[in-house]
Unconditional design. Sequence first.
Lengths: 531, 297, 385
Amino acid sequence: MSDQSAPSRNGFFLRAERITKVYSDGTVALKEASLELRPNEIVGLLGENGAGKTTLTKILSGLLPPTKGRVVSPKGAVRFGSPREALDFGIGMVHQHFALVGTFTAVENVALSHERPFRRIRIEETRRKLERLIEESGLRVPLGVPVEKLAVGEQQRVEILKVLSRDVDLLILDEPTSVLTPLEVDELFAFLRRLRDQGKSIILITHKLKEVGSITDRVVVLRRGEMVGDVKTSEASVEQLARLMVGQEIEKEADAVELKTDEIPRAASRREIDRSGDGVLHVENLVVKGNTGETAVDGVTFDVYAGEIFGVAGVEGNGQTELVESLAGLRVPVSGAATINGENILGLDPRQIYRLGVAHIPEDRWELGLVLPFTLAENAILGVHRWEEFRGPLGLMRWGRIGQHVRRLMERFDIQATGPNAPAKSLSGGNQQKLIVGRELAKDPAVIIAAQPTRGLDVGAAHYIRQTLVEMRDRGRAILLVSADLDEVLAHADRVAIMYAGRFVEVCPPDDLDRQRIGMLMGGAAGRETE
Amino acid sequence: MSLNDILSLLRISLHAMVPLALTAVGEIVGETAGLFNIGLEGILLLSAFGGALAAPHGGPVVGLLVGMGTGAVVSLVFAVINTYWKGTQMVTGIGINLFAMGFVAFGLIQLGAPGFHDVPKAFELTKLRTPMGLMSPMIGIALVLPFVLYWFLRRTRAGLMLKAAGEMPEAADVAGINIHRIRLVAAVFGGVLAGLGGAYMSIAWLGVVTKDLSAGRGFISLACVVFSGLNPLLALLGAFIFGFFQALAEWVKTLPSKPIPGEIVSMLPYLITLLVVSGAIGRVRFPKALGTPYKRE
Amino acid sequence: MSSVESSAQSRWLRGIRRTVTGLHPVSESLLAAVVGLLVGAVLMYIYGFDPWRAYVGLIKGAFGGSYELASTISRATPLVLTALTFSICLRAGMFNIGAEGQMYMGGIASVLVAYFVLPRGLHQIVGLLFAAFAGAAWSLVPAFLKLTRGVHEVISTIMFNWIARWLALYLAIFVVVDPRRPEKTLSIPISARFPVLVRGTDLSYAVFVSVAFALAMYFLLWHTAIGYEVRAAGLNPSAARYGGIRSKRTMLLSFVLGGVAAGLAGASIVMGLPPTYAIYGGGGLPQLMNLGFDGMAVAMVGRNHPIGILVAAVFFGGLNAGGRVMQFYGANPVPLEMVRVVMGAIVLTMSVPELIRLFPMIRRRGEDLFGILRRARRTERRESA
């Protein structure tokens, strides 16, 4: 499987040995992952969502302790109790969500990391040092402006400068190009190459295959917490990497290969779907802006017809969240159109949208889907609490009837709880999600929007929910399935769209794609975009 | 209104400004770091009381120190509950106020006092003779301190750390700052200043302790903080403005012919506060993490 | 999980920990009440009083006889309402500290019934309506300031408390003053008074208003759709939005209801408190003073639930009534103000979240220490994680 490169002349800088990380809720983020970092080298850390890339680097940079395993330097084992200790050692991390204080200027943000609390901050000195750094690195940034007013690319440069100003030997960048324009990406990469030539070690976390090819010396692939590949970039092909990333081992027989992946049987619809005219859900040229003003959805057009599951696959962060939010009444789009059975849904509030026959299984069940301190019964009517069947004379809530409703849901969806009056937070993640699914499906919707419906669930619960969606599809509903779990989408969707950088780069039945091509599309490597 | 009257008004305003300025500036430090202490009222009361009790035994300076100590202790309790123990800042503050109201009233009764307790003149902080009349030296401190803190917040790394802790604790954490510890220190510092303000009221200014001596000054200080946008200099200005209206209310009451009833005038400081806060809010921006306890990951 | 020794001792300890952490929130209130009383006892002791006698006197004065009970309930009546002000708004996610001021305005408004004549039942209802309206109006201004200018409701409601105090004083002294006895306002005419419920006490029918309102709030919050929306928006605004709930509406409703509650509290005093059925201007409205803040303590101890508030109000009412007796009880009686000290201590204790969970945490620290020592003593046997 892996191809250990020969050790470089200068030995290694740091080595992670068999790192395992299990979170307090039981999630296994890393399983015996090992990684060696050498000077004069840019390592690409590749993998899908949840592969463990961020976790591994957080452990390396001192934000998290490993559950098992250790980190070793040429001098022996090292332990970083805090990010500062890692910084002192020479490891600096540029986070995906910048650790910058918005109201501070670039100079102030950098000054924050330096010693001696009560000394008058030598603003001038820090500024001069920063200017020198800017000269050397070519990362231009206005120094006197509050960071929150800078463009995202500039903010990232501040973050990098902050780390550089501490003279690090290992620089970790977490998905740095996701917020950059192509020109900025080129500049960044030129800078990284210079750093590498100076002897630094660099880790670049990314899911973009093209990037890996263009800048890295070595590629390490993580999948579901395990190290599945460690190859020299020059010796690997994009296809190979794609396969590693999405879980197909390199096998000679193409057929047997399918069985190596998780056992999700194909559940394609046998029915003929009438795809004439607009779909039950019709979206045209939808443009949505994200929280920081950037364009998250960049002109998306598609239809979801009755009796089909339309899957949207892709790594998270490519606009899926904003797409769902705009269709569910939680975000107002910039332009475009979206209708349900001909009626416009853009700009409406959620309750109005639900009344049009829409169910929304939200991607964040704690933030959006449930009011955790509420009981099951109270959560089971969220969004439909004003419906007549739940209310009696004088508009009083009929808790008896609601209780019956919940009990029926519990039975049908096998929700394990002590009763309708159990607080929602006492349920396991799987049962919580089943509650949400049950609630939404009980609306008897025409359209179901399911965003990351099986995220964080155990196999049994995930399987159950997928089956339920298939069932609904067979009953003629239109289902929009948005998921970062590629296997899930491929196995259940009748048509798949791969979303990358706010656009659908391919829309077709899943049989038309082989996994390798999918991997490439998800990584932006083969861009044939739909309009 | 004669020149004398104007000077008199000015003098009283400056005196009234002191507890507001001190408390507000102290709270600015606390809020910059992310803690919202609504219990200032209680701290003022308790330290006024404590200081008044201590002054006869050691002199006015000791009284002031005791006041500061009282403020420190109370805000330490507040800070521990709301940082390490992740408590609800609002409820803690309300608890402090209730407790203080009762305790001071209780204590006054204990002293056999009929609702108020005089600090013997001999133990009051001596006032200085100035062209405007007798003025307390504390006014000088209240005028200078905001400038010092302004410099401190803006120019030292500690000031940066405070701001970072209040604005984006995650960034500060990554920079190696202990969020809980820094909030604790900030809160205690605020408590010390509020304690000084409270003790000032009983020892250096009014010379008496009653069970509602604070008269909402803790809350007016909070309004001052809002008005100032966490800028100590603006807080000083605000404190003066509010002090002025308080002085005005008092002065109008002393007029032989009462053009406006005292009660209406007494409303003025609070009305003005409200107006200023309503107007100022639009352009003011608070630390993003204000009021929320910090949990790593 | 580290290996667990199943010695009898650690099993016993684990059982305690499980019991303690699994307890109902009611126990937190009880625990806080106990702590508050202890603090009071300690202070009393320091000042040379006998806490035991004091508390005996307190209990006797609160629950010792029918007169005492009536006294307790009478004092509980306005507390229920001002507590509801705080609690209803808290359930909606807001901090309404303005019960005090809203109550003053309600009280003054109810005095207005003295200006006209109406048949008995109607007169009282009108008085209540005036009070409710005044309280709601006083509460709505901060609400609008929050909605339109983003003014933090804590500061605005507190400012309004003080403004109300002076405004009410002014009105009491100059506008609705009794011309024959200028130290008080006009008295509520007999047709508008709440008759006394238990002869010889100051417990009036106003208690029914109080209880009825509390029950109404319970029904509203837990048995109507709008109440459901209020609670949801208060607990998780994002999820509420997902559920199609408009938080502006819930917020305004909660402030209106809160203001009504406080206004009714004022009315219950003015229209229900013998013998004068008026407000005394001198000394800053002594009959009404501090009922707003005490109400907050009641709300917290009552876990912000109408039923809990009813119980907590009786407790605090008892503290007040008993305190009145306690200050004359025995050779060295404890002053009434100690009661407020106890109240404050209770609230402070309640502000520590999951108070009960702190004990296991402390115990766990001790356990860790113990474990380290144990491991140091064992020379072999590495712990496998």
